[in-house]
Write a protein that binds this ligand. Structure first.
Ligand SMILES: *[C@@H]1O[C@H](CO)[C@@H](O)[C@H](O)[C@H]1NC(C)=O
Ligand SMILES: *[C@@H]1O[C@H](CO)[C@@H](O)[C@H](O)[C@H]1NC(C)=O
Ligand SMILES: *[C@@H]1O[C@H](CO)[C@@H](O)[C@H](O)[C@H]1NC(C)=O
Ligand SMILES: CC(=O)N[C@H]1CO[C@H](CO)[C@@H](O)[C@@H]1O
Length: 607
C-alpha cells in the first residue's frame, strides 16, 4: 500500500509537470510500444528515431533522452541506432497490480530546440503466478443431519496475474458427498462453494479430507491447492440396542449368595461421544425386583441384593433399558428362573393322635392322622414316609399327603403297654432331607381279665414312715370312713391291707353311678401310746367304653343296653404327672346302643 501510494503520488507530480510542459511544447504524436513482462534486459522494444521520423544523428546532437513518467529507468535509448531497449526486467504485477491494461508512459526529450515526444509502453501479462490459497488447510464442521443441497462457502484463492491468466476455475478431489459450485461475485471474483450431494453419516465416515484446486486460465494453466478437512458432527440419530432381544434368560439357584452375578447386559449405540454413552437401569419394575436385584448403571451387571426363595417366587421378569446421553433408549428384559434347591426338609403335621388306645381294639384302629409336606419342587419335594418295621402298626396313605397310622393287630397291654413310634419322612432331592417325629402310644388297660377279681383289684397303696424303732415304728393302716351313707357304702367298696397299706376295690365300679369318692386313711404305730397320722385318698372313676361286656355279664345281644366296663385310675395328689390330666376320658356317647371303641384322649401322648 505504501509503495503503491508513493507511486501514485510520484505519477501525479510527473503528470502535472508534463501537463505544464505539454501545454507549451509537446507534439500531438504518441508512439505505442508493447512488451511482455519479464522480458530480458536489453531486449529490443522499437526504433524510436524511425517511429518519430527523426534522423539518427539528430539524437546525439540534440541530446535525446527517454524519461519515464514514474522517473524509473525502465528503458534506454541507443543514440547510435535510435533503438529503444529494455533497461530492466519489467514485472507487470509490481508495476500495475491488478490494473489492466498496464501502460507505462514515457517521453523522449530533445533539446535545441526543446521538444517532447510522448510514447506508451504496454506491458503484457504472462502467466507467471499460480493461484494460491492463504491457508494450507480449511476446516469445516458439518452436522450429519445437514440436508442435501446445503452449500458451504470456501476460501478463495488468489492469482496475481490478470485476464485469462487469472483464476478461472475450482475443482474438488473426487468424493461421493460434495461437488463444487462456482459463484461469481459482483466484483468479478470467483468463489468456490462446497455443495452437499449425498447425506453424511458420522457413524460411517466421521471425517473427510478433500483437495480443493484453484486453476487459472493460462496456457498451460497453473494451479494451487489446499486441503479441506470436513468433520462430520454426530447427532443422536441412533438409539441404544441390546445384543440379546427380546429377552435374556438366566437360571439362578435359589441358594445363590447375596452379591452373586446374575447376568451382564450390554447394549450398543452407534453414536459417538455423549450420544453413545449408555446408562443401564431397570424400567417399571416391582418393589420385589428392586429388593432382590440391583443393576450397575455403567457395567450393566445385575447382582443379587437379597436371597432368592424358590418356594416364594419361581421367576422374575426384569425390564431393563439403556439410555444414551441424548435420552434415546433401548429396551430388553431378563427372565430369571429361580432353580429349586433341596433346602426344605419335609414337615409332619399331626392332625389327631389317640393315646392311650385300649388294648384288644380291633385291627386298623386309627391311632394317628397326619399330613406331610415338602415345600421344594420336583424330586426335592417328593417324599416317602415310613415307620419301624417291628411294630404292630401300619402306615396307610389316604388323601393327598395324608397318612393314617393304624393298628395292625389287637394290642395287649399286659404284654407291651407302650410303643415308641418314629415316623420318618424323606424327600427324593439331592441331598435327601429327612424329618422324624417320635410318638409314644400307650395301651390302656381293658378289664379283659376275669371280672371276678374286681373285688380284689389293687388300686394303689398308701405308705407312712415312722422314724422310731421296733414296735414304735410298726405302722398299721386303717380306713377312716365317713358315717354310713346308703348311697355310698364305702365300707363295701374299699378295703386296706393293715400291714402294707395296699388299697383294694371290693367290687366293680360304675362310672355312671359314681365318678369319684374319697376317704381317709390312718397310719398308726404300735407304740404306747400309739401315735398316728392321717391322709386323704381320693379315687376318680374313669369312664371306659370297652367292647367286652360279656365278660362280666351273661351274653348280651346288640339291642340290649350297653354295659360298660370301668377302668379307673387311682390318683393321689402327689402321684400326678406334671402337665398331665389326671384322667383320660371323654363322656360316653348317649344311648350307646352299639358300643364304640374307646377313644380316650390325652392332652399329651404318654399321659
Ligand atoms: C471448471 O472445471 C470443471 C472440471 O474440470 C469443468 O467441468 C468446468 O467446465 C470448468 N469451468 C470453467 C468455467 O472452465
Ligand atoms: C420309649 O422311649 C422312652 C423315652 O425315650 C423310653 O424311656 C422307653 O423305654 C421307650 N419305650 C419303649 C417300649 O421302647
Ligand atoms: C426319635 O427316636 C429315635 C430312636 O429312639 C432317636 O434316635 C431320635 O433321636 C428321636 N428323634 C427325636 C426328634 O426325638
Ligand atoms: C336272642 C339272640 O339273638 N341271642 C344271641 C345272642 O348272642 C349270642 C352270642 O353272639 C348268640 O349265641 C345268641 O343266639
Amino acid at each position: 500500500m505504501e509503495i503503491k501510494g508513493e507511486l501514485a503520488l510520484r505519477k501525479r507530480q510527473v503528470l502535472i509537470l508534463f501537463v505544464l510542459l505539454g501545454l507549451s511544447q509537446a507534439g500531438p504524436e504518441s508512439v505505442l510500444y508493447s512488451v511482455a513482462e519479464e522480458t530480458e534486459v536489453g531486449s529490443f522494444v522499437g526504433n524510436l528515431a524511425r517511429d518519430l521520423g527523426l534522423g539518427v544523428e539528430e539524437l546525439s546532437s540534440r541530446e535525446a533522452r527517454v524519461v519515464s513518467d514514474d522517473n524509473e529507468k525502465h528503458l534506454q535509448l541507443d543514440l547510435l541506432t535510435g533503438d529503444l531497449l529494455l533497461n530492466e526486467k519489467l514485472d507487470r504485477e509490481e508495476l500495475c497490480g491488478s490494473t489492466e491494461p498496464c501502460v507505462l508512459h514515457f517521453q523522449m526529450v530533445l533539446e535545441n530546440p526543446l521538444q517532447f515526444f510522448r510514447a506508451e509502453l504496454h506491458v503484457k501479462d504472462i502467466n507467471d503466478h499460480s493461484p494460491m490459497f492463504l491457508d494450507k488447510q480449511i476446516l469445516i464442521k458439518i452436522s450429519e443431519s445437514t440436508s442435501i443441497g446445503t452449500t458451504f462457502l470456501l476460501e478463495s484463492a488468489q492469482d496475481l496475474d490478470v485476464g485469462t491468466n487469472s483464476l478461472q476455475n475450482y475443482t474438488i478431489s473426487p468424493n461421493s458427498h460434495f461437488y463444487i459450485k462456482i459463484r461469481d461475485s459482483s466484483d468479478g471474483k470467483l468463489y468456490p462453494e462446497l455443495v452437499l450431494d449425498r447425506a453424511l453419516d458420522h457413524e460411517e465416515e466421521p471425517e473427510l479430507t478433500l483437495t480443493l484446486t484453484a486453476l487459472d486460465g493460462g496456457s498451460p494453466p497453473r494451479s494451487g491447492t489446499t486441503l479441506v478437512l470436513i468433520k462430520v458432527l454426530d447427532i443422536n440419530d441412533n438409539a441404544p440396542q441390546f445384543f440379546e432381544r427380546p429377552v435374556y434368560e438366566v437360571q439362578v439357584p435359589e441358594n445363590s449368595p447375596v452379591d452373586s452375578l446374575v447376568v451382564r447386559v450390554s447394549a450398543t449405540d452407534l453414536d459417538a461421544g455423549i450420544y453413545g454413552e449408555l446408562s443401564y437401569s431397570f424400567s417399571h419394575v416391582s418393589t420385589d425386583i428392586r429388593k432382590t436385584f440391583e443393576i450397575h448403571s455403567v457395567s450393566g451387571e445385575i447382582h443379587l441384593k437379597a436371597l432368592l426363595d424358590f418356594e416364594l417366587i419361581q421367576s422374575y421378569t426384569i425390564n431393563i433399558q439403556a439410555i444414551d446421553g441424548g435420552s434415546l433408549s433401548g429396551k430388553s428384559a431378563i427372565l430369571v428362573q429361580v432353580v429349586d434347591v433341596n433346602d426344605n426338609a419335609p414337615e409332619i403335621v399331626m392332625t389327631s393322635l389317640t393315646s392311650p388306645i385300649p388294648e384288644n381294639s380291633s385291627p386298623e384302629m386309627v391311632v394317628a392322622i397326619f399330613s406331610v409336606r415338602d415345600q421344594d419342587a420336583g424330586d426335592n419335594g417328593r417324599m416317602v414316609c415310613s415307620i419301624q418295621d417291628d411294630l404292630p402298626f401300619l402306615l396307610k396313605p389316604t388323601f393327598k399327603n395324608f397318612y393314617t397310622l393304624v393298628t395292625e393287630v389287637p394290642l395287649d397291654r399286659e404284654r407291651q403297654a407302650e410303643y415308641n413310634i418314629t415316623i420318618t419322612v424323606t424327600d427324593l432331592g439331592t441331598p435327601r432331607l429327612k424329618t422324624q417325629l417320635n410318638l409314644t402310644v400307650t395301651v390302656s388297660d381293658v378289664n379283659d381279665n376275669a371280672p371276678n377279681n374286681s373285688p380284689a383289684l389293687h388300686i394303689g397303696s398308701v405308705s407312712a414312715t415312722d422314724r422310731d424303732a421296733g414296735a414304735n415304728a410298726q405302722v398299721t393302716y386303717s380306713l377312716l370312713l365317713p358315717p354310713h351313707d346308703p348311697h355310698l357304702p364305702l365300707a363295701s367298696l374299699v378295703s386296706i391291707n393293715a400291714d402294707n397299706g395296699q388299697l383294694f376295690a371290693l367290687r366293680a365300679l360304675d362310672y355312671e353311678a359314681l365318678q369319684a369318692f374319697e376317704f381317709g386313711v390312718r397310719a398308726a404305730d404300735r407304740g404306747s401310746p400309739a401315735l398316728s397320722s392321717q391322709a386323704l385318698v381320693r379315687v376318680l372313676v374313669v369312664d371306659d367304653n370297652d367292647n367286652a361286656p360279656f365278660v362280666l355279664y351273661p351274653l348280651q345281644n346288640g339291642s340290649a343296653p350297653c354295659t360298660e366296663l370301668v377302668w379307673w385310675r387311682w390318683t393321689a395328689t402327689r402321684a400326678r404327672t406334671p402337665g398331665c390330666r389326671t384322667s383320660c376320658s371323654r363322656p360316653r356317647s348317649p344311648g350307646c346302643s352299639a358300643c364304640g371303641r374307646t377313644t380316650a384322649r390325652c392332652a399329651r401322648p404318654g399321659c
